[in-house]
Write a protein that binds this ligand. Structure first.
Ligand code: HEC
Length: 185
């Protein structure tokens, strides 16, 4: 095959463009959904909780048992310890869940992050419990067993992430004005 210098040059310029766009892609800090979430529940009517959400009591409490009728069913039933044997390779058990969520990339889609502090709308954890079609995989609890989370429970996770997803107690959040709460508004 006759490879002219001009062709070589063109090949190089393609390589440089490709390298430049790879650098640009790597420098993007916000996750980009390969799938736009859809079928999301509106939580607009839920009274916002601006402060004081305790990770252990409220968020881990919900991961441990999300039923409000006296029964017991938790995310931890499937998202067990250790992560290697947990559904979705995600261990949500008490004591380790926070570290497995905050700024951690999804096992199933490396472009997605479970919890982006202050950005519930970018957080896969929120999408998974708020939308029938999240950024990747199915809505949680898996197979809606025994049902989707209530709007108040979804809002709790939203508000906790909006407050910065602290592991302790928070002092406040300024959400009015930038909050759209959900993807369908
Ligand atoms: C009946 C089992 C089951 C229950 C209960 C369950 N999950 Fe899942 N979860 C799965 C399976 C299976 C997957 C992987 C497939 C998928 O993402 O659809 C998964 C995936 C996930 C992922 C994405 C993992 C990744 O790396 O992409 C998140 C986040 C998640 N679940 C959160 C939750 C939360 C929060 C709850 C509780 C409200 C919950 N799950 C309850 C089985 C379950």
């Amino acid at each position: 095959m006759d490879v002219t210098p001009q062709r070589r040059l063109r090949g190089w310029s393609f390589a440089i463009v490709a390298a430049a766009s790879a650098v640009a892609a790597a420098s993007v800090s916000s996750p980009v959904n390969s799938v736009t979430p859809s079928g999301c529940t509106s939580i607009q009517d839920q009274p916002p909780i601006y402060s004081g959400i305790q990770y252990g009591a409220a968020i881990q409490g919900l991961l441990d048992n999300f039923l409000t009728n006296g029964g017991t069913a938790g995310c931890v039933d499937c998202h067990t310890h250790p992560a290697s044997s947990a559904s979705g390779h995600l261990d949500l058990t008490d004591g380790v869940s926070w570290a497995h969520l905050i700024n951690v990339r999804s096992y199933d889609d490396l472009s997605l992050i479970y919890v982006v502090p202050n950005h519930p709308e970018q957080s896969l954890l929120f999408q998974k419990i708020n939308c029938d079609t999240p950024g990747v995989g199915a809505r949680m609890p898996y197979m809606f067993s025994p049902g989707t989370l209530g709007p108040d429970q979804q809002a709790l996770i939203y508000d906790w992430i909006a407050e910065g997803a602290p592991v302790g107690i928070t002092d406040g959040v300024f959400r009015n004005g930038f909050d759209i709460r959900g993807f369908n508004q």
